[in-house]
Write a new protein. Sequence first.
Length: 365
Amino acid sequence: MAKMVRRVTTRAGKRSRMQEAHDSFVFARYLFMAVIVASIIILTGVIITLGPLDISVAEAYQALIDRFYPGYFNVEPLTSRVVWNIRFPRIVGGILAGFGLGVCGCVMQAVLKNPLASPFTLGISSGAQFGISIAAVLGISLVGGPYILIGNAFFFALLCSCFIIGLSAIKGATSETLILAGIAVNYFFSAMSQLFKYFATDEQLRLMTSWGMGDLAAFSWTKIPLILGVFAVCIPLMMLKAWDLNIMTSGDETAKSIGVDANRVRIHIMLVSSLVVATVVCFTGTIGFIGLVAPHMARMILGGDHRFVIPASGILGAVVLVSADGVAMNIIAPTVIPTGIMTSVIGVPFFMYLMLKGRRKEFWA
């Protein structure tokens, strides 16, 4: 009897220690994400003060508070307009764009089980670039007025995604098929965009080139609600598949034996993430490496549990994009470098580091 009591006590003690270790590990993950969110807030306070007009941190926050509580602070009209209408919408747009690209890159890499998968490498960005080329050179667009470029970019980015998914569905929706289809689409739309550039005028060529470099200048308060609406629907739909993505890392056959339809999950994730990417790139242009680098950073720090990796990838993507945009705007001020160029300058060394380290298996453990 005494031996049985000791055994039960020992097992209970082991479970208790394991539960404590698990709770401590989960707490550390949440703490890490809280620290990243705090870093975004700090970055916002720093970047919003940078620019041709000298604005202190206190003046910037006073200008923001004055919008909600008019007259509470004595804020100069010029400072208020610069902070609220120019700098702050750009930062908020950068946070949303970086979050969306980071999350989409994470889930795309998970369903394809390929660390090179991202919105850029799958050809979605090149599809949006082709839509811009058609609108700029031929003047053909699904939407008129000031949204002629944005409407075309969104439509062709989504069309590109649907083509990849449709082609993969015909052949069984395997990971290899999706990657190869994305590469083919990327080359095709890039070639078509170059063809339009060959026949474009100087003004049309300038427009196509500036959009293709990627920038956050197009963000304004009228456009941010649209992105928030898409995120509010799509991000939870991707988070709901976090457990399925964890199971799929063991292989499609293993997932099928547990009751997870890998092909259905793959198509679901690609459709939802493509909608998010199409919404982002139609405002920002071609911004590469965010969807590639942020998920790797998250996996290196947090492991392979997608319940934590998906939101962490988005938060890290926001940090990287906002930081890159802040550097791009001020490194050779008053000249502003396109954000897409700066993200590539930051992303390429990190990408080469991943290749040289050769530790791919650790990221997918």
